[in-house]
Write a protein that binds this ligand. Structure first.
Ligand code: HSE
Length: 402
């Protein structure tokens, strides 16, 4: 029997219990052992809950119980999740987590502690919710040199942008509606400013490189400046606007970025709508592959946590392969990254824009006060300098090229 403790009986934690209960037979078979939820750690009591007798308030009960060999950390946040995870791993108990913030901040350290103590720090649920992406990167794509990852890694922003695209609505209105329906948090900053996607692409980038890509070094821009007018132009170009999180291993350096991009209808990520997530991976032998599904939500996320528990159950006393060394990758200066840009300026700036940008493609959607255009490829720095020279712009959005 594998005795499991769940830290945090919130959305994902209660989902873990539900997944184990619902799919008991199949899970026990695949784990080659019976899984038993022995403890649930939470500050609260849950009178009437079928698992109320498992609820404890003191982490020491769990850490001091030698029967507990696997811990599901579904608390979220850095503290005390970091301290609890570290203590558990030092005691040789495996930890399975959905906590992207903690994985992005302390992943390599916790993986190393797990390795030294013959247990595991597993985090399939930390990126893309229920989508298997950590395991493919760790196991399935080991013959590849992965040179690029592009993801739609945040369901809230993808829901908002999809609605704006379909309904021609403005950001603030869609955000308000999403909050009323419970799709967006009351404090949506982490999602709409791109911080959540930034942590997730830092994790994927680290696995891609086998070394630590610090989320603090990733240029991150959210979706708050995207307007209904931007979508008019995007439509005219047969494109949509998506918040993309990407990393590229190029000859000039390792580039990573989170920002809204205009993406063509012909690209598979164009069709990823609503709360769905997808991760598009390019390997030098396989070429492109894409991983798609529900990137958030109670049961999808819990399913990924439980898949890690099953892996732990199948490998008692063994550390599962995961290359993420505690050695930092130098992320290249995003100003040196190259690409094309879509730009909106006031009509009065049209001549200056044409003179400064030289060859450009005008995009006309009938807004007389504006001049919209697409630039040639140039570095971020060149673009920045040219925009400054013409006195700024109404908005600019990068054009995605695979
Ligand atoms: N807030 C996240 C999202 C939840 O909207 O995708 C999953 O990390």
């Amino acid at each position: 029997m594998i005795h499991v403790a769940v830290l945090g009986y919130g959305t994902v934690g209660s989902g873990v219990v539900e997944v184990i209960e619902t799919n008991k037979e199949a899970i026990d078979k695949r784990a080659a052992a019976k899984l038993n939820i022995k403890y649930i750690l939470d500050l609260r009591d849950f009178p009437g809950d079928p698992y109320e007798d498992k609820v404890v308030h003191d982490f020491n009960i769990i850490i001091n119980d030698p029967e507990v060999t696997v811990i599901c950390e579904t608390m979220g946040g850095l503290h005390p999740a970091y301290e609890f995870s570290k203590q558990a791993l030092l005691a040789g108990k495996s930890v399975c987590t959905s906590n992207k913030e903690l994985v992005a901040s302390h992943g390599p350290e916790l993986i190393e502690i797990a390795r030294k103590n013959h247990c595991n720090y597993l985090f399939e649920a930390s990126v893309g919710g229920g989508i298997p992406i950590i395991r493919p990167l760790n196991y399935s794509l080991t013959a590849e040199k992965i040179d690029s990852i592009t993801g739609i890694l945040n369901g809230t922003t993808n829901y908002i942008l999809t609605k704006m695209d379909k309904e021609g609505a403005d950001f603030e209105d869609v955000l308000k509606e999403a909050q009323e329906k419970g799709y967006a948090e009351r404090n949506p900053e982490a999602d709409v400013e791109g911080y959540d996607a930034c942590r997730k692409i830092a994790i994927l980038s680290s696995l891609m490189c086998g070394k630590n890509v610090s989320y603090e070094e990733i240029y991150t821009e959210g979706i708050t400046k995207i307007s209904a007018a931007d979508f008019l132009y995007a439509k005219q170009m047969d494109k949509s606007i998506k918040l993309l999180a990407m990393s590229r291993d190029k000859e000039e350096g390792f580039f990573a970025m989170v920002a809204p991009f205009m993406i063509s209808r012909s690209h598979p990520l164009y069709s990823v709508s609503g709360v769905f997530n997808a991760i598009y991976v390019h390997g030098n032998m396989l070429g492109d592959s894409m991983y798609y599904g529900r990137g958030a939500g109670k049961l999808p996320t819990a399913s990924a946590v439980v898949s890690d528990v099953v892996d732990c159950a199948r490998h008692p006393g063994k550390t599962i392969m995961c290359f993420w060394e505690n050695d930092n990758v130098r992320v290249a200066d995003s100003k040196k990254d190259q690409g094309k840009f879509f730009v909106r300026v006031n009509s009065a700036q049209k001549e200056a824009a044409m003179e400064t940008f030289g060859s450009l493609a005008e995009i006309n959607v009938g807004i007389v006060e504006e001049f919209g255009f697409m630039t040639q490829a140039m570095t971020e720095q060149e673009f920045h300098d040219k925009i400054e020279k013409i006195g700024g712009c109404i908005n600019r959005i990068r054009i995605f090229s695979a």
